[in-house]
Design a protein around this ligand. Structure first.
Ligand code: HEC
Length: 260
């Protein structure tokens, strides 16, 4: 589902569309003379808030963007993503100052600077919140190299597996049993009634649904997007537009969700 960044100015009759983005926009951060946004597909852009003209494109290969924090006095913008990385950008030059893996596993959901801007606090799905002195961050494993090795691996994967790794694995495990990810494990998915996995806190939409997951219903879910197929669900909107990508993903899931 496409996203848009709209500006409602005082005394203006209609909103001004600053940006159209092919995927949902998760975060918006205003600055002095700029506005930054982060999107479901990893898109991270900085625009002129008056005209929508692009000031910087900070997009890396990681997705989705889930958290952003700005510290005006030290001119730092921090961006956290679904793959557990935080990058820190200098808002004077729009250069990426630091980029590192911040969580042991899973996404960075929340970010905040300390009052002085010298410490970053991050919350994820690990059962602790982390705090780092910004100065120390260079000592951490740099993130970009990790992302590159994933890209190399991804290039040799069959398409269905690649679809899953890129678009679903952030939030869904394939193994049985409790999972620390945001979504329920997809183990045993085919033939399972929607919202029926014991121990997972589904939205009312899914737990009250009479959908049974099979090739046709999973195809419809990502053809229409969760926001249309199961409106009110906690799953973020995303569409897989190409029918081949959907059928490859489903073929992969059929095997991978049976497990060992
Ligand atoms: C950013 C997190 C996120 C991503 C990415 C994501 N999901 Fe989900 N998914 C969820 C959440 C959260 C739920 C539970 C929704 C609810 O309770 O409303 C869910 C539910 C589901 C369900 C229903 C499961 C059940 O037990 O009823 C299926 C099927 C599913 N997702 C498949 C996928 C597939 C396939 C992909 C990749 C194309 C994907 N999801 C990507 C978070 C995600």
């Amino acid at each position: 589902m496409a996203g848009a960044l709209l500006r409602y100015g005082p005394g203006e009759a209609a909103p001004l569309a600053l940006a159209q983005h092919g995927f949902g926009i998760n975060r918006i951060v205003p600055g002095d003379g700029w506005i930054a946004y982060g999107a479901v597909d990893g898109g991270t852009r900085v625009l002129d808030p008056e005209t929508g003209a692009q000031i910087a494109d900070l997009t890396l290969e990681r997705r989705p963007i889930l958290a952003m924090a700005h510290h005006p006095a030290t001119q730092q913008l921090a961006v956290g993503d679904g793959e557990g990385f935080i990058m820190v950008v200098d808002t004077a030059s729009w250069r990426i100052d630091r980029d590192f893996r911040a969580t042991r596993q899973g996404p960075v959901w929340a970010l905040a600077f300390s009052a002085a801007g010298d410490v970053i606090h991050a919350g994820g799905l690990d059962d602790i919140a982390y705090s780092w002195p910004v100065e120390m961050l260079d000592a951490f494993e740099p993130g970009i190299s990790g992302a590159r090795s994933f890209l190399r691996e991804a290039a040799t994967m069959p398409n269905g597996e690649r679809q899953f790794m890129r678009k679903c694995s952030i939030c869904h495990a394939l193994e049985p049993g409790p999972s620390r990810k945001a979504g329920p494990t997809l183990h045993g998915l085919f033939g399972r009634a929607a919202g029926s996995l014991p121990g997972y806190a589904y939205s009312d939409t899914l737990s009250g649904s009479d959908i049974v997951w099979d090739a046709a219903t999973i195809d419809a879910l990502f053809d229409e997007g969760p926001d249309h197929y199961i409106p009110g669900s906690k799953m973020p909107m995303q569409v897989i537009a190409a029918p081949d990508d959907r059928s490859d993903l489903i073929a992969y899931l059929k095997v991978a969700t049976k497990g060992k």
